[in-house]
Design a protein around this ligand. Structure first.
Ligand code: NAD
Length: 247
């Protein structure tokens, strides 16, 4: 058991990568808070996992993020691992066509959420040390056209990860990111421009040397490693899980 007895929060765990991470963490002995704005999905995922609780949270709302952290502390007796995974995409389109409110929401969910979770979780993590994992994206490293503002939000996540890592190292808090390549989740259709067809999928797959999309299991295995003591000397890393796409 690589996360035996650890108290963990996974945001955006109601589907996709977060759901995979929640299951994997629980399999390795962690207590898991499934934190998601979507109550139906969050309850479904938490209900399927022994040792999990659901917490309804909008990660852009400071009071709700504070309550999320407090509930984890109350339920599990502390906090060891926080995964900032909740995220939204823009639909693939020319950059000048993206409405301002879409831009604002992308930066609130993908970037401000990391600020808010730091404000509320870092004081708790400082007590015994801990781990923060941010889900960034290969979009930060090798941006595709049509996703400009989303790509920029993930660039911010990468830089925040490195900066938090150096600033929080003295508190024994490790901060790392995962950069998934396009994966089989609800977001995929948005990346493809609203339509998920075999032809467009193949175009994406053609850019990935290992010849397939990423899966929640791929991302969950990387998160498990980064959360575990096996990664105790790893901080400030943004780990591509991308079948070679960024080479
Ligand atoms: N799927 C991909 O191709 C891909 C590639 C690289 C990175 N990512 C990143 O992976 C992360 C997970 O995305 P996914 O692909 O699993 O998508 P997903 O849509 O399946 O899951 C995202 C989850 O986040 C939740 N969420 C959205 N806004 C929220 C908010 N304000 N507060 C709380 N929860 C909220 C949603 O309800 C959903 O359950 C995101 O950060 C995304 O940007 C995805």
């Amino acid at each position: 058991m690589r996360l035996s007895g650890k108290s963990t929060i996974v945001t955006g765990a109601g589907s996709g990568f977060g759901e995979g991470i929640a299951h994997r963490f629980a399999e390795e002995g962690a207590r898991v808070m499934v934190a998601d704005i979507n109550e139906e999905n969050g309850k479904r995922v938490a209900g399927a996992i022994k040792n999990a609780v659901y917490c309804k949270v909008d990660v852009t709302n400071t009071l709700q993020v504070r309550a999320m952290v407090q509930t984890a502390v109350d339920e599990f007796g502390g906090l060891d691992v926080l995964v900032n995974n909740a995220g939204i995409a823009q639909r693939n389109m020319p950059m000048l066509d993206v409405p301002e409110e879409v831009f604002d929401r992308i930066y609130a969910v993908n970037v401000k959420s990391i600020y808010l979770s730091a404000i509320h979780a870092v004081p708790v993590l400082r007590k015994n040390g801990g781990v923060i994992i941010n889900t960034a994206s290969t979009a930060a490293v090798s941006p595709r056209p049509g996703l400009t503002w989303y790509n920029g939000s993930k660039g911010a996540v990468v830089t925040l990860t490195k900066s938090m890592a150096v600033e929080l190292a003295k508190d024994n808090i490790r901060v790392n990111a995962i950069n998934p390549v396009a994966g089989e989740t609800a977001l995929l259709a948005e990346f493809m421009g609203g339509e998920d067809t075999p032809e467009i999928r193949q175009k994406f797959i053609n850019t990935i040397p290992l010849g397939r999309l990423s899966t929640p299991t791929d991302i969950a295995n990387a998160a498990l490693f980064l959360a575990s003591d096996e990664a105790e000397f790893i901080t400030g890393v943004c780990l591509e899980v991308d079948g070679g796409r960024c080479v």
